[in-house]
Design a protein around this ligand. Structure first.
Ligand SMILES: [Fe+2]
Length: 419
């Protein structure tokens, strides 16, 4: 796909800011296609479970979002690429009409991948024309929505990665998604011995305020009381988690929350989702292995453990004589001296329910459905993973998933009361 250029008719007084948006838009959109480029058309159509979506659906849905939120309401005369796509590629926006059921996205063999690529190119050109030519009122109204669309696409870029990994984990040959020489997607393996970093306790301000983008769920900024605690300076490693596995962690109900133990028994969990026990017939080996973007590799004991549910993270913390941090403890320690691996490695389960902050108000209009209506039955994860696009996450960012979800790049960092 060619990259649309900024049209020369952009109003001179607005051009620098709009030019930056145009370049950023092109870069984010291109990155989605780059992530999908190692995948065949068949790979991109598969849906391995109701919670995951096909790559092709992600590519189309993110384009639909720009049509539904930016172009349709704010670009006069915009004609949708195909009016039927609203039904196929609306995700969960009740206010934007009926939609295809989520668990059946893998049945969407039509439109084909080439048509979805054409859809993306059509939306790209329309958005670039809008950026260059919108009048001041339209730009003022839609500029923040355009930024939301880019942040939304970056979230789906991470889902492209985790969803295809889950799909490939179901394939008997456990194929690689990325080439072997893709170092950016490998977890760090230089983990030093764990150190505990103290916090004296205080009333601290949490949440987003000031410059830069933030989702509505990060606001309003507000004070919270923290009691004295200690936070681990790094993530729990595969080597540490292997001890938990080998010492019977998955067979001791007293370590688990009731719902977690029920999940262990119902799902037959014996190790993290991406781990292969010695002798696993899919890739026989004498030692533990881990399936990831580059296929099956030997377990790296110094790399952060990932693909954990909240239940597994909480059970490990119990076994280790510690606990999970609250999201506010985590946020308060973001830049503490000596802290490492806060972002760019693995999302970190917290002990905090995904609740609205005091005074929370969803965004106006359809995008009010973006975050607020999911604030029940989920736990907050903080940080950011190897699959999170650079620059997307931040100190106040709140990711969230149900406690049994374990196909994300999710690990843990320990906390405890001050010794
Ligand atoms: Fe979405």
């Amino acid at each position: 796909m060619s990259t649309p250029s900024i049209l020369p008719s952009a109003p001179a007084a607005l051009q620098p800011g709009r030019a930056r948006m145009g370049e950023r838009f092109a870069a984010v959109r291109a990155h989605s296609l780059q992530l999908a480029s190692p995948l065949s058309a068949e790979d991109q159509c598969v849906q391995s479970m109701p919670d995951a979506s096909p790559t092709k659906w992600h590519l189309a849905h993110t384009s639909w979002f720009f049509e539904a939120v930016v172009l349709g309401p704010h670009a006069p005369g915009h004609e949708p690429f195909d009016p039927a796509y609203a039904h196929l590629f609306n995700s969960y926006y009740e206010s934007l009409g009926p939609r295809h059921p989520r668990p059946q996205r893998g049945l969407l063999t039509r439109p084909g991948l080439d048509e979805v690529h054409a859809y993306r190119a059509y939306v790209d050109a329309a958005v670039q024309s809008f950026i260059a030519g919108a009048d001041a009122a339209a730009w003022a109204a839609a500029g923040p929505l355009l930024e939301l669309g880019l942040q939304h696409e970056q979230q789906h870029q991470e889902l492209i990665a985790t969803d295809i990994l889950h799909a490939f984990s179901c394939h008997p040959q456990l194929p690689a998604w990325q080439p072997q020489d893709a170092p950016a997607l490998r977890l760090a393996s230089t983990t030093p011995p764990l150190r505990w970093l103290p916090h004296p306790g205080a009333t601290v301000e949490v949440g987003h305020a000031g410059e830069g983008f933030a989702f509505d769920n990060e606001t309003p900024r507000h004070p919270v009381l923290l009691h004295p605690f200690e936070l681990a300076d790094r993530l729990v490693t595969c080597g540490e988690y292997l001890r938990f596995v080998e010492e019977g962690g998955y067979t001791r109900p007293t370590l688990w929350l009731s719902d977690g133990w029920a999940a262990v028994q119902a799902q037959g969990w014996t190790a993290p989702a991406c781990w292969l026990a010695p002798g696993d017939p899919r890739a026989p080996a004498a030692d533990w292995q881990v399936f990831g973007p580059q296929g099956v590799r030997p377990l790296d004991p110094a790399a952060p453990v990932t693909q954990l549910s909240f239940y597994e993270a909480a059970a490990y913390a119990e076994w280790a004589g510690a606990r999970l941090p609250t999201e506010f403890e985590w946020e308060a320690m973001w830049n503490a001296p000596g802290i490492t691996q806060m972002t760019g490695h693995a999302w970190q389960w917290t002990r905090s329910s995904y609740d609205p902050y005091p005074g929370f108000r969803p965004l106006a209009g359809a995008v009010g459905e973006y975050n607020g209506k999911f604030m029940v039955g989920q736990l907050v994860l903080r940080g950011g993973s190897v699959f999170t696009p650079p620059g997307h996450a931040r100190r106040t960012y709140r990711n969230f998933f149900p406690p049994a979800a374990r196909w994300q790049c999710s690990g843990l960092r320990l906390a405890r009361r001050c010794a």
